[in-house]
Design a binder for this molecule. Structure first.
Ligand code: HEM
Ligand SMILES: *[C@@H]1O[C@H](CO)[C@@H](O)[C@H](O)[C@H]1NC(C)=O
Ligand SMILES: *[C@@H]1O[C@H](CO)[C@@H](O)[C@H](O)[C@H]1NC(C)=O
Length: 455
């Protein structure tokens, strides 16, 4: 009151009242004409600002865990921003993600993954360009090519298991698994490894691997406040030029840029015709194959770099989860060991796929880990769409996460439990059929953008 009475009364009071009325009228007008006003709100702030509503969830990194609970209360469609709607519905998932879908990837989010201005398969948003790139990539990701990768994988797995056996202390599973996968994926992409297993075995996680993972936690800032992120980037460039000091995050990311450019140049320059071939395995490298197929060098390089993210974190998180589960059930582990012994510890993929316990264990591990714990936002195309009786206009962002369906209690009773018997008969001699379970099992998403690395 003291403050108010000390203000010059009269014109200022009128001005403040005027502004307040204008703001309220504008808000009311927006609410009345708001095409999404019929969709239940995730919270009071959701219709006004996506960030204002989501910030506490994004900050804690729990948005994909909190949203399914809201859907339980509010139904299959929940509004999470002025123009953004979250959906938890397989029917909607099929409409939005089907092959040939006109729902494009949200450029605001996927743009954050673009490397050096050259969109790659994961970050391309135009469906036509995406389909062309996908055909090109099929050359190395095709199921028929996977057995050719056996040697490459075995080479790194052997190195990794030797390091584990030699390790004097208990092993930090997520970190060591990430090192294994980072070496496999970098070798697959560039024909040479980032050297992650070696670094981890010598007592330190490789900065470029750890920092690439850390970058994921900055994603909310990169996508919601791209201007702020750019300022942070230029600020650190300034700081580095003046003082020579570089924060660990940027040093790690910089290491990877340098490593990938050098590896790409070695691969494409020095070996000419054989550029596409990996020296350890004789398998075509991703970067080399794409270059040889006529992609511009910088695009092939971006594709190989971008592959590290979706290829490393997903597989390593899944592997770490399976190993953790096995470590907590010695009898199941023994049974699996006996199965593998029976086939002479074969590493042939078809043989391994023929062991029900092995298949069940991998399927359940991939489900239980839910490694692709992200929202996959898509843009409603021209003409809008009607879902669950609600019309959503063109330009609305529709978003869902594959992991919700993997932990859906109707398809997977006691969803939080690692239980390989969901997939096989009690005596483990056969796989068990269950169409509801299979319908909800979408760890690799489905349709147009189904994971290309799923084989
Ligand atoms: C358990 C392991 C994995 C899981 C759970 C997984 C999950 C997924 C999911 C859910 C998507 C769809 C993303 C979206 O629509 O935005 C995706 C796409 C993708 N994944 Fe995977 N992934 C795995 C392993 C891999 C591996 C090993 C690679 C590469 C070697 C890879 C490369 C990609 C690429 C390039 C895309 C983009 C595909 C496209 O948009 O056409 N993934 N993955
Ligand atoms: C894999 O190769 C087969 C046979 O060469 C082909 O018919 C199929 O379309 C390919 N799949 C992909 C995903 O490229
Ligand atoms: C461990 O595995 C055995 C045999 O497969 C199974 O019967 C048992 O329920 C499992 N125990 C736990 C705690 O998951």
């Amino acid at each position: 009151m003291a403050l108010l009475s000390s203000l010059p009364s009269g014109w200022l009071a009128y001005a403040i009242a005027g502004i307040l009325i204008a703001v309220i009228v504008r808000l009311l007008y927006r609410v009345r004409t708001d095409p999404l006003s019929h969709v239940p709100n995730a919270g009071l702030l959701a219709p006004i600002s996506r960030l204002a509503w989501a910030f506490p969830h994004e900050y804690r990194g729990t948005i994909t865990l909190d949203l399914p609970k809201l859907h339980d209360k509010l139904g299959p469609l929940v509004r999470i921003g002025p123009t953004e709607v979250s959906f938890y519905s397989l029917d909607a998932y099929d409409v939005i993600h089907k092959a040939g879908s006109k729902f494009e990837k949200d450029p605001r989010v996927y743009g954050g993954f673009v490397q050096d201005g050259h969109p790659a398969l994961f970050s391309i948003t135009d469906p036509g360009e995406h389909a062309r790139r996908r055909r090109l990539m099929g050359q190395v990701y095709n199921r028929s090519k996977v057995p050719l990768l056996e040697e490459l994988m075995l080479h790194h797995i052997t190195h990794w298991t030797r390091c584990i056996a030699r390790s004097p202390q208990a092993v930090d599973l997520p970190v060591s698994c990430r090192a294994l996968e980072a070496d496999i994926i970098s070798d697959f992409s560039f024909g040479t490894t980032v050297g992650a297993i070696g670094a981890w075995a010598n007592g330190g996680e490789l900065a470029m691997v750890a920092k690439n993972d850390e970058l994921a936690s900055w994603m909310p800032v990169i996508t919601n406040l791209p201007g702020l992120w750019e300022k942070l980037e230029s600020l650190q460039t300034c700081l580095a030029t003046i003082t020579g000091y570089q924060p660990a995050l940027w040093r790690g990311l910089g290491d990877f840029v340098e490593w990938s450019h050098n590896s790409f140049n070695t691969l494409t320059k020095s070996k000419g015709e054989d550029a596409a071939i990996n020296p350890t395995s004789g398998f075509p490298t991703l970067a080399g194959t794409l270059t040889r197929s006529g992609l511009p060098a910088l695009t092939a390089l971006a594709e190989a770099k971008e592959n590290m993210g979706p290829g490393t974190d997903t597989t390593s998180a899944s592997l770490a989860h399976v190993l953790w589960a096995l470590a907590h059930n010695a009898s199941f582990q023994d049974e699996l060991y006996r199965d593998l012994k029976r086939v002479g510890f074969s590493t042939d993929m078809t043989t391994l796929e023929g062991i029900p316990r092995m298949r069940a264990c991998v399927k359940e591990g991939v489900r239980w880990a839910g490694a692709a714990a992200a929202m996959l936002p898509r843009v409603v195309p021209q003409g809008g769409v009607e879902l669950h009786g609600m019309f959503l206009p063109e330009g609305t962002i529709l978003t869902s996460s594959p992991i919700w369906y993997l932990r859906d209690a109707t398809a997977f009773p006691n969803p939080d439990e690692f239980n390989p018997y969901r997939w096989m008969t009690p005596d483990a001699t056969e796989l068990r059929q269950d169409s509801l379970r299979d319908k909800y099992y979408i760890p690799f998403s489905k349709g147009a953008n189904v994971c290309i690395g799923n084989q």
